[in-house]
Design a protein. Structure first.
Length: 76
């Protein structure tokens, strides 16, 4: 399966997917909001997933595809 197909499948599997780098302040803010929503009962923990990509050998390709499908990029 291609990287793009794998990402598309992952996105379709959850209500919320966060592709993150642990040192990214925007990612940290998003993860904190999601954790708060779970704590408040607004989101079930199983409905979202965080995927840390900074150590993934395909990190650059993941970011390039995410930029292509979302139109935005915040970390390098």
């Amino acid at each position: 399966m291609s990287l793009e197909a794998t990402i598309d499948q992952k996105i379709a599997s959850k209500k919320v997917i966060v592709y993150s780098k642990s040192y990214c302040p925007f990612c940290t803010k998003a993860k904190n909001v999601l954790a708060r929503y779970v704590k408040e009962g607004k989101l079930k923990a199983e409905d979202y997933e965080v995927i840390e990509i900074e150590n993934d050998p395909q990190c650059s390709a993941i970011q390039a595809y995410m930029q292509k499908i979302t139109g935005g990029s915040s970390v390098s």
